[in-house]
Structure formats: structure tokens, C-alpha cells
Design a protein around this ligand. Structure first.
Ligand code: NDP
Length: 329
């Protein structure tokens, strides 16, 4: 057996990847995690996480990911920093080629490459992330109680987040680049009827501005029809212009929907032995806790698949967790 033949290779190191690592490590499978471009995933660019169960006073996102990594390592997970550049799932064991040329063979693979929130591309945006700029209202809305916020985008996510934020913030301004919304009619009706939500049509955010402490205090807006510039006083700017699943590597290999999200049954992809967990296969919930949950499921599936072999795995009853997930899908 080659040294580089692994039982389980996990691509990605967010909550899904690290939970899959923890479970497969505890099952004595010596998993290898390839950490990717952003080790720790999206939580490393947030500040306080208040909806991770068990932390009454919240936990800092980067700290949570450091702890998850240490826990997975404690049980025998091996970590490799780097990117997977190519996968060959056409024969088993699978082959993964990393940047730098290293080749790793794997009996099973868990894809946990996540999704990235699309950003506007403003210099201030990354700089002020966690200081008033956010891409997740459910995660960060609580910090803006009784304060004015803006949300950028005109799709279902933008309006859903606007409605959510209207229960917390003093006022919500939706900034949309056109004069018609992309969101579903029902969502539009709700948002348009909400007295705490107003709309700025045909408008782009030119820059997000901060006070002397470095916290967001306003956004500079440009009317795309008249060119008129004005400054809107807001303490928070939520960017909700869509997500991109990190699935470029798997095009033509793994089944995807129109948005590029991996199509799964439970955590199974169309390739037996390749499982997927977290945001890469979930555009609905997108929470750290749901990612961790599917990471656990993928680990249990990979373990069973290794134990039973392909034929028996597919003919046997899935574990209860998979049945529940499938029923709720
Ligand atoms: P969408 O792609 O549907 O919408 C993105 C919005 O952002 C559009 O209004 C778009 O403008 C705008 N936008 C995109 N790029 C830019 C940019 N560079 N600058 C300014 N504005 C920009 O993404 P969503 O995340 O809203 O939704 C993704 C999918 O998930 C959809 O299918 C949606 O229906 C679904 N969803 C369903 C929900 C539900 O049913 N409860 C809740 C949330 C999402 P424009 O319209 O001009 O293109």
C-alpha cells in the first residue's frame, strides 16, 4: 500500500470538514484534511458567534474554528495546507492532485469546500467585515438592535434578511441596483408592506464609510440613472447579493444544480464513495451548526461505506440521521 493511500480525505476545513474529521478520526480512520484557501472557512471572517450551542456568552468565530481543528487533531486527524487542483473520481481509489503536484489517493472523499458570499468588490468591504459589514443577517443582526442598517440586493435572501433585520434594527434600507426585485412575489409583498423597510431603487453602494474607531457609520450611494451621490447614515451594511458554491473543481464530475451546488442524497453524491457536507450542498440553511451536522453525517456514511463496501452500503437502510435529512429535504 502506498503511503499516500488514505481511508478518508476531507477537502475543506470549515465546520463541515472539521466535524467530518472529528468523527472519522474517532472511528480510527486517520483522516486527512486538505485545508484550502481559507483554513477554518467563513467563520474565520466573522467576530462573535452567538448561535453556536453551548456558549452562553458567544464565541469568537476564529476561536471556534481553532478549537474545532485542535479537537480533530487530538483524535488523529492530519492536516495539509494547500489546494486540490484536480480530482479523478473515475476509478478507485480516487486520486487528488494538489497545487505543487503532490498526488494523494483516497478510498473515500468528503467534499466540504463550502460557499463564498459574493461581495461588491469595494476596498472598504473586506476591511470593515465584522465592523459593520456582514454577509449574514442571522449571524450578526443581533448586534444592530435599534440601529439603522442597509441591505444590498434584490433577491429572496436580501428581502428575507431585511424582514429578519426589521425585527431588530431601528430601520432597514434595501439598496437595489434596479427598480424591480428579483425576489419571489410573496417576499416582495411582505417587504414592501413592512413599515420599517424602505427601498432605494436603481442605486449602487459606491463606498462603505467608517468613524474614527473604524466602525461603519454610513454608505455612499450612487443613483445609477441620475448619477446623484448621497450618504446614508447606517451602522451596518449587509451584503446579500448571492453565494457561490466552491465547486469549480468538480464540474463535469459531480452532479450539480443550476447554481453549482452539489446534488446529494443524504450526503451521497453521484459517485459512490464521495460524500458532501456543508454549504457546498446547502443553499437553504447555511449555518455553522447545520454544516457541522452534515459533516457528522458524511463521516458516518464514509465509515459505513468503507465497512460495507459499495453494493451493501447502497442496499442497506441508511442510518436514521440520513432518513430524517431526506424526509425534510
Ligand atoms: P439571487 O441571485 O437570487 O439574487 C441576488 C441579488 O443580488 C439580485 O437582486 C441581484 O441583482 C443582486 N446583485 C447581484 N450581484 C450584484 C452586484 N454586484 N451589485 C449589486 N447587486 C447585485 O441570490 P439570493 O441569495 O437572493 O437567492 C439565491 C437562491 O436562493 C434563489 O433561488 C432564491 O430564490 C433562493 N432563496 C429562497 C429563499 C426562500 O424561498 N425563503 C430565501 C433565500 C434564498 P439583479 O436582480 O439586478 O440581478
Amino acid at each position: 500500500m502506498s503511503d499516500d493511500l488514505r481511508n478518508v480525505v476531507i477537502i475543506g476545513s470549515g465546520p463541515a470538514g472539521l466535524t467530518a474529521a472529528l468523527y472519522t478520526a474517532r472511528a480510527n480512520l486517520q483522516p486527512l484534511v486538505i485545508e484550502g484557501l481559507q483554513p477554518g472557512g467563513q467563520l474565520t471572517i466573522t467576530t462573535m458567534v452567538e448561535n453556536w450551542p453551548g456558549h452562553r456568552d458567544g464565541v469568537m468565530g476564529p476561536q471556534l474554528m481553532t478549537d474545532m481543528r485542535a479537537q480533530a487533531e487530538h483524535f488523529g486527524t492530519e492536516f495539509l495546507s494547500g489546494l486540490v487542483e484536480r480530482v479523478d473520481f473515475s476509478s478507485r481509489p480516487f486520486t487528488l492532485t494538489l497545487d505543487g503536484g503532490r498526488v494523494i489517493r483516497a478510498r473515500t472523499v468528503v467534499v466540504a469546500t463550502g460557499a463564498s458570499a459574493k461581495l461588491l468588490g469595494l476596498p472598504s468591504e473586506m476591511q470593515l467585515m465584522g465592523r459593520g459589514v456582514s454577509t449574514c443577517a442571522t449571524c450578526d443582526g443581533f448586534f444592530f438592535r435599534n440601529r439603522p442598517v442597509a441591505i444590498v440586493g434584490g433577491g429572496d435572501t436580501a428581502l428575507e434578511e431585511a424582514i429578519y433585520l426589521s425585527k431588530l434594527a431601528s430601520h432597514v434600507t434595501v439598496i437595489h441596483r434596479r427598480d424591480t426585485l428579483r425576489a419571489s412575489k410573496i417576499m416582495q409583498d411582505k417587504a414592501l408592506a413592512n413599515p420599517k423597510i424602505s427601498f432605494r431603487w436603481n442605486t449602487a453602494v459606491d463606498e462603505i464609510l467608517a468613524d474614527e474607531r473604524g466602525d461603519v457609520n454610513s454608505a455612499r450611494l450612487r443613483n445609477l440613472q441620475t448619477g446623484e451621490i448621497d450618504v446614508l447614515a447606517v451602522d451596518g451594511v449587509f451584503v446579500a447579493i448571492g453565494h457561490t458554491p466552491n465547486t469549480g473543481l468538480f464540474k463535469g464530475v459531480l452532479d450539480m444544480d443550476e447554481g453549482g451546488y452539489l446534488v446529494t442524497t443524504g450526503t451521497r453524491t453521484n459517485i459512490p464513495g464521495v460524500f458532501a457536507a456543508g454549504d457546498v450542498q446547502d443553499q437553504v440553511y447555511r449555518q455553522a451548526i447545520t454544516s457541522a451536522g452534515t459533516g457528522c453525517m458524511a463521516a458516518m456514511d464514509a465509515e459505513r461505506w468503507l465497512e460495507l463496501g459499495d453494493a451493501e452500503f447502497h442496499h442497506s437502510e441508511p442510518p436514521a440521521s440520513v432518513v430524517v435529512a431526506t424526509l425534510q429535504a
